[in-house]
Unconditional design. Structure first.
Length: 109
């Protein structure tokens, strides 16, 4: 996509459909004022992606969000937490499998 003029990474996020997981990349070709969306299906229980930081340095924070909030492993990245430093939950909070029956801030059910 970079070779086709899509030189700006707008955002990366993920969507949990319950039994499937999808990463979504939003790219922009600034010179031609075009947008493109890439959707990548991931294994639900073994979700991973290669890092996009070599191509788009702006992918840094978006990839961190995918790792922490959706549980997507990013290859060739250090999995240092920045959003959920003290997280002790099993399921990532943006997954549909996450259970909201516990107050994770205080540890009280």
């Amino acid at each position: 996509m970079k070779g086709q003029g899509y030189d700006y990474l707008v955002k990366i996020t993920a969507v949990d459909y319950g039994k499937s997981l999808q990463a979504v990349y939003f790219l922009r070709n600034i010179a031609e004022n075009k947008d493109e969306t890439l959707e990548i299906d991931l294994e639900y229980n073994d979700a991973w992606l290669p890092t996009a930081m070599d191509i788009f340095p702006a992918a840094d924070w978006y990839e961190r969000e995918l790792m922490e909030m959706f549980g997507v492993a990013i290859k060739n990245r250090i999995a240092k937490r920045i959003l959920l430093e003290k997280w002790d939950g099993i399921d990532p909070p943006f997954r549909k499998s996450f259970e909201w029956d516990k107050d994770y801030r205080t540890g009280v059910e």
